[in-house]
Design a protein around this ligand. Structure first.
Ligand code: SAM
Length: 241
C-alpha cells in the first residue's frame, strides 16, 4: 500500500501546496495518500478554543491537550508514526527522510503559539513511535511550513515519484557530502565559461572533478559534515583535495 500522510493543523489552507506540482501528481497517481484535518473540528465549545495560558506563567499560549488527544485518537491508527515539529526537537535530516519513506502511516501534528502540551506526546508514545523533530536552528511561527518541507523531502524518495531516481541518489547528503555546482547551455554566459572538463567527454575525469568540487564545497560550507564522514569513505585522492 502507498504511504499515507495525515496532517492536523488549525490552518488547513496552509497545506494546499501538498496538492500542487510534484506532490499533487504523486497523489493523483496513487503513489502517496494525503489527508489534511482542521484541529478545531475536535473542539466542543462555541469559541472552538485550542489554546490556554501556560502553567508556571510566562508569555504566550499552549495548545490544549484534550483537543489534540481526541484528534490524534481519530487520525492515528495501528501503523502510525507521529511526527511533531518543534525547534526543540532532534534534527530532521536526509537520513530521517529515508526512514520516513519506508513507513506506512505518518501523522504530522502542527503546533502554534508556544507549542503543544507535552502530555499529548507522552500519551501518544504509549501507543506509537513519536518523534519531536526540528527542521533547523531557527524559529517559525507554526509547524505547517516545517511539515511541507518534510513531506516534500520524504515524497521525492518514494518509488515512482521522481522521473529519474538516479537524481535522488546523486543529491547532496546521499554520500554525506554537498553536491557541487551544475551548468547547462550556453557554454559562455555573461563572460562566464562552463568548466572545460565538463565538455571533455572524459567521464572518469568528470567524475573525479565532481568529487573534488563536492569535497571542497563541503569543506568550505559544512566542515561539520566532513568530520562526521567515516574515514573509509574517503580514498587516497580525496584526502589530498
Ligand atoms: N516555544 C517553542 C520553543 O521555544 O521551542 C517555540 C514554538 S514556535 C513559536 C511555534 C511552532 O512552530 C512550534 O510548535 C512548531 O510546530 C513550529 N516550529 C517553529 N520552529 C520550528 C523548527 N525549527 N522546526 C520545526 N518546527 C518548528
Amino acid at each position: 500500500p502507498p504511504l499515507r500522510i495525515d496532517v492536523v493543523t488549525i490552518f488547513p489552507e496552509y497545506l494546499e501546496p501538498l496538492r500542487a506540482a510534484l506532490l499533487g501528481r504523486a497523489v493523483e497517481r496513487g503513489l502517496l495518500e494525503v489527508g489534511v484535518h482542521d484541529l478545531r473540528d475536535w473542539t466542543h465549545d462555541v469559541h472552538r478554543a485550542v489554546d490556554d495560558a501556560p502553567y508556571g506563567g510566562g508569555p504566550g499560549m499552549v495548545m490544549k491537550p484534550q483537543v489534540w488527544g481526541e484528534a490524534l485518537d481519530d487520525v492515528c491508527g495501528e501503523h502510525t508514526r507521529l511526527v511533531v515539529p518543534t525547534p526543540a526537537g532532534r534534527p530532521f535530516t536526509q537520513q530521517t527522510a529515508r526512514e520516513y519513506a519506508t513507513e506506512r502511516h505518518l501523522v504530522f501534528a502542527c503546533g502554534r503559539y508556544e507549542g503543544i502540551d507535552q502530555r499529548v506526546m507522552t500519551d501518544a508514545a504509549r501507543r506509537m513511535p513519536v518523534d519531536e523533530v526540528s527542521i533547523g536552528d531557527f524559529v517559525l511561527v507554526g509547524g505547517e511550513v516545517a511539515v511541507l518541507a518534510m513531506v516534500e523531502a520524504v515524497a521525492r524518495l518514494l518509488p515512482g515519484v521522481l522521473g529519474n531516481p538516479v537524481s535522488a541518489e546523486q543529491d547532496s547528503f546521499s554520500d554525506g557530502l554537498l553536491e557541487g555546482p551544475s551548468y547547462t547551455r550556453p557554454e559562455v554566459w555573461r563572460g562566464l565559461a562552463v568548466p572545460p572538463v565538463l565538455r571533455s567527454g572524459n567521464h572518469a575525469l568528470i567524475d573525479r572533478w565532481r568529487r573534488d568540487e563536492s569535497l571542497t564545497r563541503t569543506f568550505r560550507r559544512r566542515p561539520d559534515l566532513l568530520e562526521r564522514l567515516p574515514e573509509s569513505s574517503l580514498d587516497k585522492h580525496d584526502r589530498e583535495v
